[in-house]
Design a protein around this ligand. Structure first.
Ligand code: MCN
Length: 814
């Protein structure tokens, strides 16, 4: 097992300090450069006509009136798009298998969700393009819709793709350990059907892009806010039928991504075709209604969970049959989200006998895509709820049962039953500290007792989750073993120019995470310069930035991969600098140090050379360089996480690179007259190993809590039985406002990863257990009423419905 250096370098000056974000003066003063800000000469504007039906056949589309409108320069229907492009590649194509169905960015012959694009109009301005949409005449034959994931699997359900004969698009079963034995040996089996609702991230900036085709060079440049442009580059070039070297992708500032912006690419195929036809730039910026209705949603999952337990509370094994509601199409990376809980299959616990039985199902809802905590937050909701459900059945304490089942600190690195190598952590300590931070467990139990005597309902909730970072794309082999991949990598280039100035370019595509700052911190330490002197290029460009197969910003991967790439590139430069300086200073390389922008002999700072002098020699006087030293001071590192392996025949691999963890604790009060949940105290203790920038890390936690609190209390994509989205504006799809997010106490434990440079672990998704946390707290608060929580959304009407159900009243609000 390769083990990377873990210690933060002893002389680190910037690593670990709360350096102010280099991005902020630009972003906070309105000088960010987002895709909507780009204006190219001769740009025309695109608008998309979307289906009003969730399921319908398209018999005819007549665009003649739209085309005749002055100012309209082009129209494109789904059929025309399909003739011009290859279908969107699916995950199955990576294993050289046909996709279960053909998928294009606009509907062909049939629409499968309300909001699906059916035609595009390009006009000289956006207003005209929107007006022209109203002149398009589409003849639909509405069909019955199916929105419920389990109903969609039943015989007789409306079929989205008749040629498949089923709505189940993929099914996989993964047994780990000896599940049947665990269930035989258990004192009891606890079963529940649990449901994780559909919601999404709602980045401030919606999807958007400009495609600009240059006929003489046959180069198509796509400016967008796609968060994985490098990874999807081959897919897009295939769909657009152009070679990879004729497709350039550029991103600038991105106003939040949260996974959802992986889905931008389908729209970029439409823009690419339009621009290639017109030979001029075509721009499209999504509005909020389009974003909520038809961009992409987060994973919705129903699961049958069975836990095999001993009477003392020891978990022996778990079986989960899960149904993912993928919506109208199964777009890359789906159905990977269906199995992504393999990253955290045991959660923080020691039971090793697990059956994963996973179904991907299409329904007449909007397609899904990654969303903060992709595929894993749902599983952790199930596990954390089951911990409480089992505790309640056994008459045990929910904290005690966790402490009994946690992996112990002395067991790390801990190889999970599916081959995932959990790097480090102390789960019990994190939970204890989180409880202390809300004021103490005993204190709140006493408060609860007092409140109950007064007819008030106080509840205490805990949830302990893993926050895996930098997924190993070897996970795709679970979908099809013929997909052979094992990448968890990132690339970085560092250049020192003739003035001695340091510039960094990365394959990561940040959307607000602060990579310009943390990369500058790392490079400044490695090269002995000030953080202010390091310029990290904003955005990403396939033409100028280094990248590797898994590049991009998703899956909390910067810490586990980009730091390795930065360190690798910096090390190459350090070596070259020391070789050159050793010759000129007549010293041994091992006696040299880098600090204050110069290289000098340790203990004799007067014997030194400025970086710009070294760069000058490397650039302008190669003849003077020591033998074998490459001219110039530029280095690139293509880093791959050393433990990212391929899946074996038993479906085992190390599916992520780092395994941070977090314990959340909350005290709440439920108003049983209104269903309102009030947060009284909130605390998080997170362990991401060594922190590069503690204030950025805090920001990630605050953001993650807000996100997941929104999911639990406010946000839901509610559909009616005809597949019409009922929450398609911010009037009814409720995002948490700053005032809705409670004050929180945040603590950090620090268990460095032994496998990453600097001992860091990714942490950008770790604050997402609030549906489980609040579910546990609400059930605890309402225990005297016998309320059981089996869903993840706690709107006042859902809480009231649970209360009425427990009281045996008719429930007609849910
Ligand atoms: N960091 C640190 N010390 C550590 C670990 C991380 O200082 N030990 C810092 C990193 O340098 C980085 C930030 O914390 O600046 C997040 O790092 P990491 O966990 O590696 O995650 P990524 O940078 O790869 O970002 C992805 C992650 C994901 S998957 C989602 S979703 C998400 C998130 O980041 N989307 C975000 N945070 C977001 N924050 C903002 N503002 N916008 C989004 O869209």
């Amino acid at each position: 097992m390769a083990v990377a250096e873990t210690d933060v370098r002893a002389h680190a000056r910037w690593f670990g300090t709360p350096v102010k974000r280099k991005e902020d003066p630009r972003l906070l003063t309105g000088r960010g450069h987002y895709v909507a800000d780009i204006s190219l000469p001769r740009t025309v504007h695109c608008a998309l006509l979307r289906s009003p039906h969730a399921h319908a056949r398209i018999h005819r589309i007549d665009v003649s009136k739209a085309q005749a409108l002055p100012g309209v320069v082009l129209t494109l229907t789904g059929e025309e798009l399909a003739q011009a492009t290859n279908p969107l590649p699916s995950v199955f194509s990576l294993g050289n298998k046909p996709a279960p169905f053909l998928d294009y960015p606009m509907a062909v012959k049939k629409v499968r969700y309300a909001g699906e694009p059916v035609a595009a109009v390009v006009a000289t301005d956006r207003y005209l393009a929107e007006d022209a949409l109203e002149l398009i005449d589409v003849e639909y034959e509405p069909l019955p819709a199916v929105t419920d994931v389990e109903e969609a699997t039943r015989p007789g359900a409306p079929l989205l793709f008749e040629e498949m004969g089923t709505n189940v698009t993929w099914h996989g079963t993964f047994p780990y350990g000896e599940v049947e034995r665990a269930f035989r040996e258990a004192d009891r089996i606890v079963k529940r059907r649990l449901y994780f609702h559909r919601y999404s991230s709602t980045p401030m900036e919606t999807f958007g892009g400009i495609a600009s085709y240059d006929p003489p060079s046959q180069l198509l440049t796509i400016y967008s806010n796609l968060q994985i442009p490098a990874m999807l580059h081959p897919f897009m070039s295939y769909s657009l039928k152009i070679p990879g070297n004729r497709l350039r992708q550029v991103t600038g500032d991105i106003g939040g991504g949260f996974g959802i912006k992986c889905a931008v690419y389908a729209n970029m195929i439409i823009l690419g075709v339009l621009s290639m036809r017109l030979g001029r730039p075509v721009k499209w910026i999504e509005d909020r209604h389009e974003h909520l209705l038809g961009s992409a949603h987060g994973t919705e999952r129903a699961a049958y969970v069975e836990a095999a337990v001993k009477n003392d509370g020891t978990f022996l094994g778990v079986k989960i049959k899960s149904y993912d509601n993928d919506g109208g199409y199964m777009r890359f990376p789906e159905p990977v989200g269906v199995i992504l809980w393999s990253h955290v299959v045991q959660g923080c616990y020691r039971f090793r006998d697990i059956l994963m039985d996973c179904y991907a199902v299409v329904t007449n809802k909007c397609p899904v895509t990654p969303n903060r905590g992709y595929g894993r937050m749902q599983h952790q909701f199930f596990l954390e709820r089951m911990m409480n459900i089992v505790a309640r059945e056994l008459g045990q304490d929910p904290v005690e049962i966790r402490l009994k089942n946690f992996i112990r600190p002395g067991e790390f690195p801990y190889e999970a039953t599916n081959g995932s190598v959990y790097d480090s952590g102390d789960y019990a300590e994190a939970l204890k500290q989180a409880l202390e931070r809300i004021g103490g467990y005993e204190h709140w139990r006493a408060e609860q007792k007092k409140a109950r005597a007064e007819g008030r309902y106080i509840g205490i909730g805990v949830a302990t989750i893993m926050d895996p970072g930098a997924s190993n794309l070897g996970e795709m082999s679970m979908i099809d073993p013929d997909i052979r991949s094992s990448t968890a990598g990132e690339a970085a280039t560092i250049k020192i120019d003739a003035t001695g100035a340091v510039t960094v370019a990365l394959g990561s595509v940040p959307q607000g995470q602060g990579h310009e700052t943390t990369s500058a911190q790392i490079v400044a330490d490695e090269l002995g310069v000030s953080v202010d002197e390091v310029v990290v290029l904003t955005g990403f460009d396939t033409a100028t930035h280094p990248y590797c197969g898994s590049s991009g910003t998703y899956a909390s991967r910067y810490a586990g991969t980009a730091t390795g790439a930065l360190k690798g590139a910096a090390q190459k430069l350090r070596e070259r600098i020391f070789k050159i300086a050793a010759q000129f200073l007549e010293a041994r390389q091992e006696d040299l140090e880098l600090a204050e922008g110069k290289v000098f002999v340790r203990g004799a700072p007067q014997r030194g050379m400025a970086l710009r002098d070294i760069a000058g020699i490397a650039l302008y006087n190669p003849a003077a360089l020591p033998e074998g030293v490459e001219p110039g001071l530029e280095a690139t590192c293509n880093y791959n996480f050393p433990l990212a392996n391929q899946m074996d025949a038993k479906f085992r691999a190390n599916y992520a690179s780092t395994y941070a963890n977090a314990a959340h604790a909350v005290a709440i009060e439920v108003d049983v007259e209104t269903g309102e949940v009030k947060i009284l105290k909130y605390a998080v203790v997170h362990d991401a190993g060594n922190l590069i920038n503690p204030s950025i890390a805090d920001g990630q936690i605050h953001g993650g809590v807000a996100h997941s609190l929104g999911a639990a209390l406010y946000e839901e994509f509610a559909y009616d039985e005809n597949g019409q989205l009922l929450t398609s504006s911010f009037m009814d799809y409720l995002c948490p406002k700053a005032t809705d997010v409670p004050p929180m106490s945040v603590g950090h434990l620090c268990s460095p990863s032994p496998f990453t440079p600097y001992g860091v672990k990714g942490m950008g998704e770790g604050s997402g257990p609030i549906p489980a946390l609040l579910g546990n707290a609400i059930e605890d608060a309402l225990a005297p009423l016998g309320v059981e929580v089996d869903g993840s959304h706690f709107s006042p009407q859902n809480v009231m419905a649970m209360i009425w159900k427990a009281k045996g009243k008719r429930v007609d609000t849910q």
